[in-house]
Ligand binder design. Structure first.
Ligand SMILES: [Fe+2]
Length: 248
């Protein structure tokens, strides 16, 4: 079974289309989306429609949750974008669909969450201060939850592999750096990065492929200028446009 795993599209349709075109070439059996299809970006409905058509599992992210239940825990700038997004998605069918989503999905020993094992909706999985601290994090999080070995996460918008000995950042390294990792028998987090708003200093969209043994990371070019133009036309905050250029 070959899976493509995407996350954090954030209403960025040019990025989503570019990623789906690349995924199609690799012929996965299914596509899993870890949430935050909407929020920040200018085309939430178009992204939601496309994700519903192409993904076999779609999780609830904190932005879907905020559209349904309120944005008071967000920064003022994020609140503005969430309120704008909520205005685009007022029909009952869409709201019922969003309300039907869960922030977690289990498949045997594999867990898929938006945030982390500790809090599937809101917790940010961040790099710990040392490999040892991360080892403790993995022990404390994964041991407590049945016999989970691998947990796929979105939410932090950064692509990395969190293993018992530390972190692997496939795209912080030279272009010829290793991007495919055999994870058989390991306990780890796979942070898949973001399609529509990367925050790891690389503006390109991120996704991963998983075949049951190997995780492979991909970065995909897309038409950033097209998305920026739409953000400005929608009068969304300018910062949301500029950050796409820098992947921050
Ligand atoms: Fe997000």
């Amino acid at each position: 079974m070959l899976q493509a795993i995407i996350s954090d599209i954030h209403g960025n349709l040019p990025a989503l289309k570019a990623v789906l075109a690349d995924i199609k070439k690799r012929k996965p059996d299914e596509i899993i989306c870890l949430g935050d299809v909407i929020g920040y970006g200018p085309q939430p409905r178009e992204c939601l429609d496309l994700v519903r058509k192409t993904c076999s599992v779609v999780l609830m992210g904190n932005h879907e949750h905020a559209v349904l239940f309120g944005s008071e825990h967000f920064t003022p700038l994020a609140q503005e974008a969430i309120d704008w997004t909520a205005n685009q998605l007022r029909d009952p069918e869409t709201l019922n669909y969003l309300a039907s989503l869960s922030p977690q999905h289990r498949d045997g020993k594999i867990m898929y969450v938006h945030g982390s094992m500790r809090d599937p909706l809101l917790d940010y999985l961040r790099e710990a201060d040392s490999p040892w601290m991360f080892h403790l994090l993995l022990e404390s999080l994964l041991d407590d939850f049945d016999d989970t070995r691998v947990c796929f996460v979105g939410h932090n918008h950064r692509a990395f592999l969190g293993t018992e000995v530390g972190y692997l950042f496939p795209h912080y390294q030279p272009p010829d750096a290793k991007t495919k990792f055999n994870i058989s028998g390991q306990k780890l987090y796979v942070s898949v990065g973001s399609v529509g708003q990367p925050r790891d200093s690389d503006y390109r969209s991120s996704y991963v492929l998983y075949d049951g043994e190997n995780v492979e990371y991909f970065r995909i070019e897309y038409d950033v200028d097209a998305t920026i133009k739409l953000i400005r036309e929608a009068n969304l905050p300018e910062f949301l446009a500029e950050r796409l250029l820098y992947g921050e």
